[in-house]
Design a protein around this ligand. Structure first.
Ligand code: FO1
Length: 336
């Protein structure tokens, strides 16, 4: 079975680990492609840093710091401390020493003219993630956040990482600007991975700044709308809140309620029922958390989104594998 996943960082990576665990017994020989968000990328200290690509690569390659969810296990921060001793800004970014080697290899290869997709597959030679990891684009796309300016009534843009790390997404966001997305093209293999697949999964990544960003790269949303594969998503919102991270701050910035049903409506029904809404959306199926969001089943099914309520907390590998199994089962029930 060929499966393609549009993934951001921690949630997408953790889900994909469970998916691979499930496939090892349920469908050995399956091929999984992960299209990774690069809107979180940041250039710091002369290094090109790709948080979401690295989180997927480290998570699937067993190099991730489990307690942080990002960066390397057994990490030290000597370089960060030394930079701080020089008074180098910014000081808020958690640059790990082991992680820095990844950024050095990436930055060196980019400087040598390799596209990000080639760099990513080169890095994956070491980590063997068990998936084909492709950045959404080889072109630079950076998410910036519109927040209040210093003067009343003014606004300014700050890099997503500053908003996320330094401000913990606590600064009210008036919107997001994807710098470079207007000229960015899908990386080689991205559109094919969406059209030539048996199943397209939207894991519980941030629907705005991760999956939403991927969908804004030219041609990707259209490819999702056109694919013959069923498209099934997993709600990142459980009981009215994100399980992890700050997707609620992102959803409110774009005027979407923080609920499992609202995110599904935001993605839209691929085959809306006559009364179920306007423009075709992305979803054939949607999983919501049984203990808290079963009501969404009755709300979404009439809209044309086949919805099932199952336990969605990725507490361990087996629990996550169960979620992946439920997504695959739901996809089979909606396959056209
Ligand atoms: N997240 C934090 O909350 N604090 C950090 O200092 C931090 C550093 C960091 C370094 C490398 C990396 O790949 C990820 C890092 N993250 C950090 C996570 C990152 O901000 C987010 O995971 C994504 O950008 C959003 O999914």
């Amino acid at each position: 079975m060929r499966i393609t996943v549009l993934a951001g960082g921690i949630g997408g990576a953790r889900f994909t680990r469970g998916l691979l665990h499930h496939l090892r017994t349920a469908a050995p020989g399956s091929e999984v492609t992960v299209i990774g968000n690069t809107g979180d990328d940041i250039r710091l200290f002369g290094l090109q840093i790709c948080p979401d690509l690295d989180t997927v690569m480290y998570s699937l390659g067993d190099g991730i710091s489990v307690e942080r969810g990002w960066g390397r296990e057994d990490e030290t921060f000597t370089i960060k401390e030394e930079l701080a001793a020089y008074g180098v800004q910014p000081g808020w970014f958690g640059l790990g020493d082991r992680d820095t080697a990844t950024h050095l290899v990436r930055s060196q290869m980019l400087a040598g003219g390799y596209p990000l997709s080639a760099v990513t597959s080169a890095l994956c030679e070491r980590w063997q993630p068990g998936v084909r990891l492709i950045p959404m684009s080889d072109d630079r796309v950076e998410t910036h956040v519109i927040v209040d300016g210093d003067e009343p009534g003014t606004r300014r843009a700050i890099h997503f990482q500053e908003w996320w790390i330094k401000h913990r997404a606590a600064l009210p966001a008036h919107g997001f600007v994807l710098v470079g997305v207007d000229v960015a093209k899908p990386a080689p293999g991205v559109l094919e991975a969406i059209s030539d697949t048996d199943l397209l999964l939207l894991p519980p990544s941030n629907p705005v700044v991760s999956i939403g960003t991927i969908l804004q790269v030219a041609g990707i949303r259209d490819a999702v709308l056109a694919t013959t594969a069923p498209v099934v998503g997993v709600s990142p919102i459980v009981g009215g809140a994100p399980v992890r991270g700050m997707a609620d701050a992102c959803l409110s910035a774009i005027g979407v309620e923080t609920s499992a049903a609202a995110v599904a409506r935001h993605y839209g029904a691929r085959q809306p029922t006559p009364g179920g809404g306007d423009a075709a959306g992305l979803l054939d199926g949607w999983l919501v958390h049984a203990a808290s969001d079963a009501g969404a089943v009755h709300e979404l099914t009439p809209l044309g989104i086949a919805t099932r309520a199952v336990p969605l907390l990725m507490t361990d590998l087996d629990a996550t594998a169960e979620i992946a199994a439920a997504a695959i089962d739901l996809a089979e029930s909606v396959r056209r």
